[in-house]
Design a protein around this ligand. Structure first.
Ligand SMILES: [Fe+2]
Ligand SMILES: [Fe+2]
Length: 304
């Protein structure tokens, strides 16, 4: 049903080959606060008329810190989901079990990496930056959906991680070096995760009816709406953080302008760049009849 040429054996080999320790990235390193952390595609600061260049750089850095937090946040539900899949047949295919257990362990390591980055930022940025709470509650809501929906959402996240680094960060030499490394090392391991998601989706979808698979797409869209709500909450906190960092108090119209531009960029970053990834579209088109149409409508609404 699902066409691909991925194998657990290849994923395991690559996972061992590219494996890194947090210290390889963070030991003795710090952010360079004279530089931006993320490209404009992932922040939208350049389109904001009420901010000068210095303020745009500060907002970009605040959004970089929020990006790390949101990653640690949205990866929370992936660990138990993948560990459960690994243990489904505890004495079965050892290569598959080992590949999936490494996948789960790598996600714990990524969360640690991103949390440490947030800690480092708090030490160096110079003023308070609020971050949304409730990651365990969000993980509980996500894991309340069907296994296929959870894996599809995981796959959306894994593929957008690829896209962010390869298409938007890799060649951007002007960005902060440590921040580029965070995305680079994350991407290196996510490459295997994205393939294993596809393998698992193929196995699970095969045992479901078309109606059940179509319903899973509705669940993914519902979860996308919940993620959009989280983004809005973090964007409001980003504006508070920018006020604290600059000493400015923004008018309602200025807040609206900052919100509109950064929301457009983060909707692309955390939803559209994954939902529209060719590999996600391919999976949805192969396991459902109506999924691509529904997802396309969501992408259009989020890009407006
Ligand atoms: Fe990750
Ligand atoms: Fe991952």
């Amino acid at each position: 049903m699902l066409s691909h040429n991925y194998t657990y054996a290849d994923c395991l080999d690559n996972s061992i080959k590219v494996s890194w320790r947090e210290d390889d990235i963070l030991a003795g390193k710090n952010f360079d606060y004279s530089k931006r952390f993320l490209p404009n595609k992932l922040t939208g600061v350049d389109e904001i008329g009420c901010l000068n260049d210095n303020e745009k750089r500060l907002l970009n850095q605040i959004m970089g810190n929020g990006y790390c937090h949101l990653f640690a946040f949205v990866e929370e539900f992936i660990v138990p989901t993948i560990a459960e899949e690994a243990m489904k047949d505890a004495y079965g295919d050892e290569v598959k079990i080992r590949a999936l257990l490494r996948f789960a362990e790598e996600e714990l390591k990524h969360q640690e990496l991103f949390r440490h980055s947030v800690y480092l930022f708090n030490q160096g940025f110079g003023s308070e930056c609020g971050l949304i709470p409730g990651r365990e509650e969000v993980a509980r809501v996500v894991r309340g959906k069907s296994k296929l929906a959870v894996l599809l959402l995981t796959s959306v996240i894994e593929w957008f991680t690829q896209r962010h680094y390869i298409e938007h960060v890799q060649d951007e030499a002007d960005l902060d070096g440590l921040f580029r490394d965070l995305l680079k090392f994350h991407w290196m391991e996510e490459s295997q995760h994205a393939k294993m998601d596809t393998l698992l989706i193929g196995e699970i979808a095969e045992e479901m009816t078309m109606d059940e698979r179509e319903a899973a797409i509705d669940e993914v869209i519902e979860l996308g709406g919940a993620i959009d709500g989280l983004l809005s909450q973090q964007i409001a906190l980003n504006i508070d953080a920018l006020e604290a960092a600059t000493g400015r108090t923004f008018t309602a119209a200025e807040k609206e302008e900052i919100t509109a531009s950064t929301q457009r960029a983060w909707r692309w970053t955390f939803l559209v760049s994954g939902l529209s990834h060719p590999n996600v579209v391919k999976v949805v088109s192969e396991i459902t009849n109506e999924g691509v149409g529904k997802v396309t409508a969501v992408i259009e609404a989020l890009s407006a």
